[in-house]
Design a protein. Structure first.
Length: 694
């Protein structure tokens, strides 16, 4: 009896433990069944048949005149793979790491659900267990909150997806919509971002890396947490071996490879002011949703070669002017120790392309040179690199802890192993703008709106309103030609006064440098930019005639009919001034400038295409004579500094009274070119900084 009693007690104890262990699982299953029935009748599951109208957010591509993409706009950075184009190595990594029974189940993997349920009970936390189809359903239709209600909704939706889509379609859609971190949506965008190659060229370890990131993209960053990413990659590779997709030898080879992702450097924007104008135009006409989500293909007028030359010319010109006018003005700031928080681009991977600026920290200095830290690189700044400052000792310029701008010098050394040397740089206070228009078509081939788009998005080429000075005089003399004057007609250039019709004070214009020429032809007056003669000519033909001629040529801003208008007292934008000069160069035909040739949707259907808008501004004979007069400005007038250019050029300089604005606008037989230099806040550029000089 004692033995039976003991056995009975042991049995009851075992059964008690079994019940205590099993009842939560039984309860979960029972409640899950009841909950499923209940939810099936009351919850509002999204309609899966709306998937036929689903279109993931796509990147809008901005292309130059040759068809090359130079800018993109997107809500989500995404590149789509076509159905059936998911690489096999990606499929194997995905099935092994996320859903090994994907090809067998109908949307819900019972084995996976039970496995997840046990883990949830044992660890008392919410663990996934979602299939690829359930994850896709959540991404397309549901919220990301971890709730049991959502899991049941996922299951219903996954079953519906499996009814409507093939396994291949589900895999393709999944690989196109999932988030991989750092703004990348879809496996193709992630592959190009992290590895610099299309997904079709991924190695097995690279595919495993990307699939590993899927679990927690915010944590699994190959740039911030490479150790975590490496561990997750190796887990996916082990699962691929267990599932038979990798041999032992291939597995060992794959896990032995380092995590090699593309080095992230500061993004070098191409034609950013041009791209921003295109963005604003599209957003105004088609809306922000079309711009950011519909994958538009925008063909523009940009000529990359002309744009690069324009950016380089303006940048180098502003640097030269700043060095001439200001000299060396000191370091950016000081950093007392390496641990001090500083905003230094050199803390990231530097761009050591000659001419590209990086911010670095001086770590050691002596009279002959200084060692400058650019993140992982330490390069030498020697006496040659500071020659422009007029100093010969580095210790007079910098000290340890200083933050400075530097660039790698292009010494044109024939020795590829020669040590890179630095040149000291300084951000100029001056700003500038450049425009290049194709006169006959109105196509804007280049646009530079300032020194640096990152620090100032204000586009001085289209938004700034500045006095144009003597650059306005061609419209005065053009109106005179229309009134019957000729380029050979003479005027007496000498100080004079123009009484005002109202109570305004008498207007007394003066020539530049107070130099007067006496009797001079109208052609000579334009070549030498004679202020007094220009005002006399406008007085003779009438201010209204000058205003009318300028407006027909393309000036849209208000033009007050006062004597000072002849000397460019009106505020104009560079773009309208350039387009007005283009009308002269285009034999009197004004063509409205434009940026966008054509806009197509993601399917290739044309949404919008450019239609030329033109009008007659002046007779061709007037344009011909005016062009000939402007050629004289370059050949023997105020713009002789441009005479060395190996091109037929006509143009006009412009300077305001206080030297706050300096201009040159000119044209070749094909292009119209405008350059403006000045400060954003109206103040003098420097003594005698005329349009010809600046």
């Amino acid at each position: 009896m004692g033995s039976d009693s003991a056995f009975s007690r042991e049995n009851r104890s075992f059964l008690s433990k079994l019940v205590r262990f099993a009842w939560p699982l039984v309860l979960v299953v029972f409640l899950g069944i009841l909950g499923g029935i209940g939810f099936a009748t009351v919850i509002d599951v999204p309609r899966v048949d709306t998937l036929s109208a689903f279109s993931p957010s796509l990147i809008t591509e901005i292309r130059d005149s040759s068809g090359t993409v130079f800018a993109t706009f997107a809500k989500e950075r995404r590149l789509l793979l076509s159905e059936g184009k998911v690489p096999e190595v990606v499929q194997h990594a995905l099935l092994s790491g996320e859903d090994r029974n994907f090809l067998q189940h109908g949307g819900v993997d019972a084995e996976g659900v039970l496995r997840a349920a046990f883990k949830n009970l044992l660890q008392r936390r919410f663990i996934g267990g979602s299939t690829i189809t359930m994850q896709l359903a959540r991404k397309l239709f549901l919220h990301p909150k971890k709730l049991w209600r959502r899991k049941i909704e996922e299951a219903f939706l996954a079953v519906e997806l499996e009814k409507r889509l093939s396994k291949d379609q589900i895999l393709t859609l999944y690989c196109n919509v999932m988030f991989f971190g750092h703004g990348n949506y879809g496996i193709e965008a992630a592959s190009q971002s992290f590895f610099g190659k299309p997904a079709s060229e991924l190695l097995v370890d690279e595919a495993a890396t990307l699939i590993g990131i899927l679990q927690r993209p915010s944590d699994y960053s190959p740039y911030r947490r490479p150790d975590l990413v490496l561990g997750r990659r190796d887990y996916v590779l082990r699962r691929m071996r267990e599932e038979g997709y990798l041999s032992d030898a291939d597995f060992e080879t794959a896990v032995s490879r380092p995590l090699e992702v593309v080095t992230r450097t500061a993004e070098q924007l191409i034609a950013p002011y041009f791209a921003e104008e295109v963005r604003k135009d599209i957003e105004q006409k088609l809306g922000s949703t079309a711009l950011l989500e519909q994958g538009l293909v925008v063909s523009t007028t940009l000529d990359r070669e002309i744009q690069a030359a324009s950016e380089s010319a303006l940048r180098n010109g502003l640097i030269r002017l700043d060095r001439r006018l200001r000299g060396w003005k000191g370091v950016v700031e000081r950093v007392e120790s390496e641990t001090d928080p500083v905003k230094v681009s050199g803390r990231t991977t530097p761009n050591l392309t000659p001419g590209v600026w990086n911010q670095g920290r001086v770590i050691d200095v002596e009279p002959e040179g200084a060692d400058v830290s650019l993140g992982p690189e330490v390069l030498r700044l020697d006496r040659t690199g500071i020659r422009w400052t007029g100093r010969s000792r580095l210790t007079d310029i910098v000290r340890p802890g200083d933050l400075i701008w530097v660039s790698v010098r292009d010494d044109d050394s024939s020795d590829p192993d020669a040590e890179a040397r630095l040149e000291l740089q300084q951000i100029p206070e001056l700003e500038g703008a450049v425009l290049v228009l194709e006169s006959a078509s109105g196509a804007i081939r280049a646009m530079v709106g300032g020194w640096n788009f990152t620090t100032s998005k204000f586009n001085r080429a289209t938004q700034a309103r500045r006095q144009v000075g003597s650059a306005f005089k061609p419209f005065v003399f053009g109106a005179a030609l229309e009134a019957g004057f000729t380029a050979a007609d003479t005027f007496f250039d000498a100080p004079t006064a123009f009484p005002a019709e109202t109570r305004e004070p008498t207007y007394s214009p003066r020539n530049y440098y107070r130099e007067y020429y006496g009797i001079a032809t109208m052609r000579r007056a334009l070549e030498k930019s004679m202020n007094v003669t220009a005002v006399k000519v406008m007085d003779l033909v009438g201010p209204d005639a000058v205003v009318d001629f300028a407006q027909r040529s393309g000036i849209a801003s208000p033009l007050p009919p006062v004597p000072s208008l002849a000397l460019g007292s009106a505020d104009l934008t560079p773009l309208e001034l350039a387009s007005a000069f283009a009308a002269i160069g285009n034999q009197g035909l004004y063509v409205q400038p434009y940026l966008i040739e054509e806009i197509s949707d993601a399917t290739g259907r044309t949404i919008q295409s450019h239609r030329m808008q033109a009008r007659k501004a002046m007779d061709p004979e007037i344009a011909y004579v005016l062009t000939h007069m402007l050629e004289g400005v370059v050949d023997q007038g105020t713009a002789t500094d441009a005479r060395h250019l190996e091109v037929d050029l006509a143009g006009k300089t412009g300077t305001t009274d206080d030297y706050s604005d300096a201009w040159f606008v000119g044209f070749t037989p094909r292009y119209t070119i405008l350059v403006w230099v000045g400060h954003d806040a109206k103040r003098p550029i420097g003594r005698n900084m005329s349009g010809a000089v600046a």
